[in-house]
Design a binder for this molecule. Structure first.
Ligand code: ADP
Ligand code: ZN
Length: 597
């Protein structure tokens, strides 16, 4: 039986053995001339969905992408595979652009990447009208949504493509899942006839872990040292100042860390982003300004030192890890102060009341994810409307928390809130419960209250965990007007009267580092040694070719080489990630390295 043409291209050009998810269906549909809307999570392989049809069809594939900074790397990666690609954007000189245009006109390119504002110029539309087009791909199609956070006004005008190039198949792609965005894309890009492909949004190779914040920086350092030494990662912080402080702290401790935030000098910011993208093991400590357009497949961890504002943000940020399909960690530390701080930011913002209520509800959902005793993935996917079973690859699955009847503890806390007048924050309430004679306690005469010292048998951190859970259960709320004060809410009265019981996660001493087994199968001693030599070789090869290290080979490919030790070109050919062109370019060197190891 002969294999299909798309599969032959996948193997020969890209070096992969099989299609993933909906790739094969999308490719067949688009190669056959149909329009498509493709919704797939980050890292699942959207690019192949238009690259292969562009190779299969006559003419050039036009790719509209807002991510100018990435075009150069994408084109370089395609060149490494022997695909004829170029880009048109504002970074080119007039002469360079004219050269690309001439190649388009002469039919010498398989793919051309174009920035949307460029595409919409009369000159570019004219060029495309005169050329033979294989297809038009609209990447990051959610940029057309006015309600989304990545809205690009030029995207609205891309509707013109439907009119001007009626016979050319169009494919829109995005990793944004919700129904409203989908409807907007279909309407605004005139994709009413398009077939829609929706993939599961699960990212099974990402391991989710959320731990109690204690000494955040120290916890982060332990985590990196124990599990990700020398690897690339992103650390998200809320404030600009904190990104700089944390990066400096990590650098002091020997971690190759850089800071990134919107307030930095533009040139320095660009340099940091470029180093992260191109070098092998940089840790980027960033605000959420760092994100869209990060296309690095081998980010091995995403750490949060502060709570994201919503589950959407959390999922999008953590989704930047492990795009190559190899195990990655999403690791977060958080504490009750995070919730208080974010709540205050919402209250003090300029947004209208309705908007504030939405933001508060999103924060509540985020908190519930942190406090759940269920599988994190079940919660996450459930939030996006997708059903799933326990995953076995998150902290609650791997190390299930004990649940206890916390009714009495909750009653003690709630009555302490009530007796002190619903005007105090967690720290003071816990002092009262634990019978600490602080100046504030004395000044307010809280040592005279019946609740003074009733919670002595629990330490302060146990109490903090209980406070967080009571907030997440809606029994307590953070006062909008009094900074950080807790008030009774929801069914707290029923709990106080003993009519409702409360199940809580038992607190336990946080472990210094992971007690769960590492998320990736460790390489044996000799294989690890070979892997490190291959990485060093890759750094060199990347420098010679002027491309990011991952463009040469992904970690996954190097790991497999290290494990299999192919001693001939023929056995090397069988490894995922090694296509014909790369075999030719690097095969001898790799086999030589393996033999000498
Ligand atoms: P997305 O745009 O959806 O985030 P990409 O197209 O960048 O994802 O693909 C993510 C990674 O997965 C890339 O490194 C790509 O080479 C790899 N990949 C895509 N399809 C396959 C496949 N069928 N087999 C193996 N790797 C693949
Ligand atoms: Zn799980």
């Amino acid at each position: 039986m002969s294999e299909s043409k798309p599969l032959a291209l996948l193997r020969e050009v890209f070096g992969y053995t099989e299609f993933r998810g909906h790739q094969a269906e999308v490719i067949e549909h688009v190669a056959g001339g149909g329009d498509a809307l493709v919704l797939m999570p980050t890292g699942s392989g959207k690019s192949l969905c238009y690259q292969i049809p562009a190779l299969l069809r006559d003419g050039v594939g036009v790719v509209v992408s807002p991510l100018i900074a990435l075009m150069q790397d994408q084109v370089a990666a395609l060149a490494e595979l022997g695909v004829r690609a170029a880009f048109l954007n504002s970074t080119l000189t007039g002469a360079q652009a004219a050269e690309v245009e001439a190649r388009v006109r002469r039919g010498e390119l398989d793919l051309v990447y174009v920035a949307p504002e460029r595409l919409l110029t009369p000159r570019c539309l004219e060029l495309l009208a005169q050329s033979r087009l294989a297809l038009i791909a609209i990447d990051e199609a959610h940029c057309v949504s006015q309600w989304g956070h990545d809205f690009r006004p030029e995207y609205l005008q891309l509707a013109v493509l439907a009119e001007r190039f009626g016979g050319v198949p169009r494919i829109a792609l995005t990793a944004t899942a919700d129904a409203q965005t989908r409807a907007e894309i279909i309407e605004r890009l005139r994709l009413g006839e398009a077939r829609i492909f929706v993939s599961s949004f699960d990212r099974p190779n990402i391991r989710y872990r959320i731990v109690e914040k204690d000494d955040a920086r120290r916890q982060l350092l332990d985590f990196i040292r124990a599990e990700h030494a020398g690897e690339a990662g992103i650390v998200y912080c809320l404030s600009r100042k904190k990104t700089e402080e944390t990066a400096a702290f990590l650098a002091d401790q020997g971690v190759a860390a850089l800071a990134y935030h919107a307030g930095m000098d533009a040139e320095l910011r660009r340099r940091h982003q470029e180093r992260f993208q191109r070098e092998d093991g940089i840790v980027m400590v960033a605000t959420i300004a760092f994100g869209m357009g990060i296309d690095k497949p081998d980010v091995r961890f995403v750490a949060h030192l502060d709570l994201p504002k919503s589950v959407e943000s959390y999922y999008q940020e953590t989704g930047r890890g492990g795009r190559d399909g190899v195990a990655a960690d999403a690791w977060m530390v958080y504490g009750v102060q995070d919730v208080v701080q974010l709540r205050r930011m919402i209250d003090e913002s300029e947004a209208g009341e309705a908007q504030k209520r939405i933001q508060a509800a999103k924060l509540d959902a985020m908190l519930a994810l942190c406090e759940t005793a269920e599988c994190r993935r079940v919660r996450l996917l459930g939030y996006f409307g997708e059903a799933a079973g326990p995953c076995g690859n998150c902290d609650t699955c791997l190390d299930p928390p004990a649940i206890f009847d916390g009714s009495v503890a909750a009653q003690q806390l709630l009555s302490c809130v009530y007796r002190t007048g619903q005007r105090f924050g967690a720290l003071h309430l816990i002092d009262v419960l634990r019978g600490e004679a602080t100046p504030k306690v004395a000044q307010r005469a809280h040592d005279k209250l019946s609740v003074f010292g009733i919670g002595r048998e629990r330490n302060a951190r146990e109490w903090r965990a209980i406070v967080r859970q009571c907030i997440s259960l809606g029994l307590l709320e953070i006062d909008h007007n009094a900074y950080g004060a807790l008030r009774l809410a929801g069914e707290s009265r029923a709990v106080l009267k003993g009519e409702r019981s409360v199940a809580l996660r038992a607190w336990r001493e946080p472990r210094r580092s992971a007690r769960v087994k590492p998320s990736r199968e460790a390489l044996s001693g000799p294989a690890h040694e070979l892997f490190e030599r291959l990485r060093a070789w890759r750094v060199e090869a990347a420098r010679r070719h002027g491309v990011p290290a991952y463009v040469i080979f992904h970690d996954a490919t190097l790991r497999e080489i290290a494990r299999m030790r192919p001693s001939s070109l023929d056995t090397l050919r069988g490894i995922s990630g090694i296509g014909a062109r790369k075999l030719e370019a690097y095969g001898e060197e790799i086999v030589g390295l393996v033999r000498s190891a």
